[in-house]
Design a binder for this molecule. Structure first.
Ligand SMILES: [Zn+2]
Length: 105
């Protein structure tokens, strides 16, 4: 009988996909399934679809409600350790609206 403990540490498990967590709903999934936002050196908070820009990053899933909640309830600010201006919030929500609308299943 296989011991569940040893099965969990099997040496030949598939290559691990980087996991990230949506700062709004807590969904943990593959990094590429989430959208990165970066608080870059300029101080601005911007979407980072490439996921490669320098700065503190936070991730949101593709649920527009998460973008609303994260920008309005301070979760994003907390994750990025910054304050979002009304303009920055607008830019992010605008980005989300366009980006998510383009994703017709
Ligand atoms: Zn989410």
């Amino acid at each position: 009988m296989a011991n569940p403990m040893s099965a969990a540490s099997a040496p030949y498990r598939p290559r691990r996909v980087p996991q990230r967590t949506c700062v709004s709903c807590g969904l943990t999934t593959a990094k590429r399934e989430l959208i990165r936002l970066v608080h870059g050196p300029s101080g601005a908070v911007e979407p980072d679809p490439s996921g490669k820009r320098p700065g503190r990053g936070a991730y949101l899933c593709h649920n527009p409600e998460c973008w609303e909640r994260a920008t309005k309830k301070g979760r994003l600010e907390h994750a990025l350790r910054t304050k979002l201006s009304t303009d920055a919030r607008e830019v992010l929500l605008q980005y989300a609206a366009e980006r998510l609308a383009a994703e017709v299943p």
